[in-house]
Ligand binder design. Structure first.
Ligand code: SAH
Length: 218
């Protein structure tokens, strides 16, 4: 049963291969002009893709890479992008840790982390996508004026992340513990997890982390 389900997903993924970048054996992406665009943004853990699809439609001048490690999940994202004819997203099925190692340095202008797995046990802190080990990796691929936009329902993960960002020298802006009640709500594009959590009345934490003071870039 499990096998059949997987096989079906593989066929559906294959049908969307024109919007999928397949990493080579060493984990690197093809040398494609899409990645050389001067506005290249990336989401790690795109899930079923509603955030990245909405964001890409609202920003046709930006090219997006959407990374997700679970193929049975990303299939919905691929099919949606294809059905809606969204041409400025390429999807990658990969572990972000592996992919980030291979991306060109200082090529990504913005990185989105939405509702990343919290890994609540202390012993697993290094697996959190906002652990300083990951932040160091993101610093290599982010442009000088690049930023990380992070949202989570999980307050302990958020508080942990505030410390990690500060330790790596990021400047934090637009920090809120209740995004939907804040002034930033009007530009917010919801994710699937966000819809679920907020329908349960759980407040959403949100921040922007800049490598340098964003005032310098205005
Ligand atoms: N962003 C979506 C899904 C959140 S759940 C939303 O907000 O609705 C977190 C997602 O991140 C899961 O789909 C999980 O498979 C993916 N993920 C976690 N760690 C990852 C990693 N290292 N590389 C790629 N995807 C990852």
């Amino acid at each position: 049963m499990r096998m059949r389900k997987k096989k079906h997903a593989d066929e559906r993924i294959e049908a969307c291969s024109d919007i999928l970048f397949k990493p080579g054996e060493d984990g690197s992406l093809p040398d494609d002009p899409f990645l050389a665009h001067d506005k290249l943004h990336m989401e790690i853990g795109c899930g079923k893709g509603s955030f990245i699809c909405e964001t890409a439609k609202a920003n046709p001048d930006v090219n997006y890479i959407a990374v997700e490690k679970i193929s049975n999940v990303i299939v919905s994202a691929l099919e949606r992008a294809k059905a809606e004819n969204i041409t400025n997203i390429r999807f990658v099925i990969s572990d972000a840790a592996k992919l980030c190692e291979k991306l060109k340095e200082h090529s990504v202008g913005r990185l989105y982390l939405n509702f990343s797995d919290p890994w609540p046990k202390k012993g697993y802190a290094k697996r959190r996508l906002t652990h300083r080990g990951f932040l160091q990796m993101y610093k290599r691929i982010l442009k000088e004026d690049g930023a990380i936009f992070f949202k989570t329902d999980n307050r302990p993960l958020f508080d942990f992340s505030l410390e990690e960002f500060a330790a790596e020298g990021f400047k934090l802006e637009k920090v809120t513990n209740d995004l939907h009640a804040s002034e930033y709500a009007k530009d917010n594009i919801m994710t699937e997890y966000e819809r679920n959590f907020s329908s349960m009345g759980i407040p959403i934490n949100r921040l922007e982390a800049y490598l340098q003071n964003s005032e310098k870039n205005k």
